[in-house]
Write a protein that binds this ligand. Structure first.
Ligand code: CMP
Length: 133
């Protein structure tokens, strides 16, 4: 079993589609190990997205991700990272395979419904920031 981090983003929380997203994940044999609805602080958001610092979209990304509550989820499954990424689809909802979470619930590159860790190392880093201790 391996772990990964899923974050349901503010627009999906505001639109009340987060239960639908969680249901898709649960139906695909992931187990929820920890779940919390919360608003990220700017400090946590900047550390979480540190790899994008300096990019043109960074400040918009921080504004957006701190604009409302997110749902932070620690997930466990066999091959958790690649299987969740497959379920989530491409970063840009317009390019995501039909049936994937971003294709169904994302509305733009920024408002793409969810974030999912892209490697085991990222999952460990992200879970450590969001759920320390
Ligand atoms: P996420 O997987 O959360 O990782 C970083 C986020 O930045 C990404 O999803 C997008 O929502 C957002 N983003 C905005 N503009 C871009 C861009 N040009 N390239 C990649 N990600 C972008």
């Amino acid at each position: 079993m391996t772990q990964t981090y899923l974050m349901i983003k503010p627009e999906a929380v505001r639109a009340s589609v987060w239960p639908d997203i969680l249901q898709i994940v649960l139906r695909n044999r992931f187990r929820v190990r920890r779940l919390e609805m919360r608003r990220m602080s700017r400090d946590v958001a900047q550390r979480f997205y540190a790899e994008h610092e300096g990019k043109g979209f960074f400040s918009d990304l921080i504004e957006y991700i701190t604009s409302g509550d997110v749902i932070a989820v620690r997930l466990e499954a066999e091959d958790a990272v690649p299987r969740l990424r497959q379920l989530v689809g491409a970063t840009n909802p317009a390019q995501a395979t039909p049936g994937t979470i971003r294709a169904m619930y994302g509305t733009s590159l920024q408002e793409n419904a969810v974030h999912a860790s892209d490697s085991d190392a990222s999952a460990e880093r992200e879970l450590g920031i969001i759920f320390p201790g």
